[in-house]
Ligand binder design. Structure first.
Ligand SMILES: Cc1ncc(C[n+]2csc(CCOP(=O)(O)OP(=O)(O)O)c2C)c(N)n1
Ligand code: SF4
Length: 281
């Protein structure tokens, strides 16, 4: 589904101007409401023009977010948001491209795309609303579900070790890595604005409770805390830190300075031109 935005050439918009007017169908109390609020505040703080902004998603409760935003939006296919966002940014480098979805969409069916999006380092921001479950399809375990989480669909738990998205992103080459908590709107807004402004592939994992299928996640608000140290520019150090934290450190964890995709391609083209000039004259 492609949706076009309706505001023309504004100068300075308020966060509420970036909401589409379509009422979210999320369950009352869903963390995704806070993510929507934080995202519109971040976009407003950056004074992004709706005509130059596109939000691309897959399928899931969280992936409904483009419908609630007043900018270009694409609600695509489950697990395929990242290739679409990547293609859009490469074809239209003038656009700000944000990709959004859930942990099922991004780490399960779309997991392989995550690796290669990090590796390519195209200048997009990927926001994953992680509720450690498939919310839309009524509560199946996802790659970030704890192995002992007991439910009717997985009695006794899956027994399978969870996926560690931040470590995977760091190992695959993401250029900015952060974790936030949906209920911390101020912190999430600041982090999203920073992620969008940072060149290259920025990855933000937002702990976003599913109050319907994971009522236990209401406790997350008492568990989250700032990281003990500030962000690092060393991916190995960042990976060691997030491997050993309690999963509730929130804030920017890593900022890199890798060449973004277009720069690397341009440098190769220049190199080839130089070689041609040297050897083919
Ligand atoms: C190709 C494909 N496989 C499976 C589905 C069914 N399906 C829809 S949403 C979803 C999981 C959603 O979970 P997540 O991405 O974590 O988002 P949430 O609903 O929790 O926000 C699945 C498996 C689908 N729509 N398309
Ligand atoms: S099922 Fe869970 S993730 Fe989906 S809208 Fe309801 S609370 Fe949110």
């Amino acid at each position: 589904m492609v949706r076009r935005m309706s505001v023309a050439a504004p100068c300075k918009l308020k966060a509420s101007d970036y909401k589409s007017g379509t009422k979210p169908v999320w369950c009352p109390g869903c963390g995704d409401f806070h993510v929507l609020a934080s995202l519109t505040k971040a976009i407003a703080a950056l004074a992004l023009v709706p005509e130059n902004l596109a939000v691309v998603s897959g399928i899931g409760c969280s992936s409904r977010i483009p419908a609630y935003l007043n900018c270009y939006g694409f609600h695509g296919v489950h697990g395929r948001a990242l290739p679409l966002a990547t293609g859009l940014k490469v074809a239209r480098p003038d656009l700000t491209v944000i990709c959004a979805g859930g942990d099922g969409d991004g780490f399960s069916i779309g997991g392989n795309h995550l690796l290669h999006a990090c590796r390519r380092n195209v200048d997009i921001t990927y926001v994953v609303m992680d509720n450690e479950i498939y919310g839309m399809t009524k509560g199946q375990p996802s790659p970030t579900t704890a192995p002992d989480w007991d439910s009717e669909l997985a009695p006794g738990g899956t027994g399978v070790s969870p996926f560690h998205p931040l470590v995977i992103a760091l190992a695959s080459g993401a250029n900015f890595v952060a974790r936030t908590f949906a209920g911390d709107v101020k912190g999430t807004t600041r982090t999203l604005a920073e992620a969008i402004g940072h060149p290259g592939f920025s990855f933000v994992q937002i702990l976003s409770p599913c109050v319907t299928f994971r009522p236990d996640q209401r406790e997350w608000k008492n568990k989250v805390h700032p990281p003990p140290v500030t962000f690092t520019t060393d991916p190995a150090q960042a990976a060691r830190r997030v491997m050993t934290d309690d999963g509730f450190n929130i804030g920017v964890l890593y900022k890199g300075s890798r060449d973004i995709y277009g720069q690397a391609v341009e440098r190769n083209a220049e190199f080839e031109r130089d070689l041609d000039a040297e050897f083919l004259v």
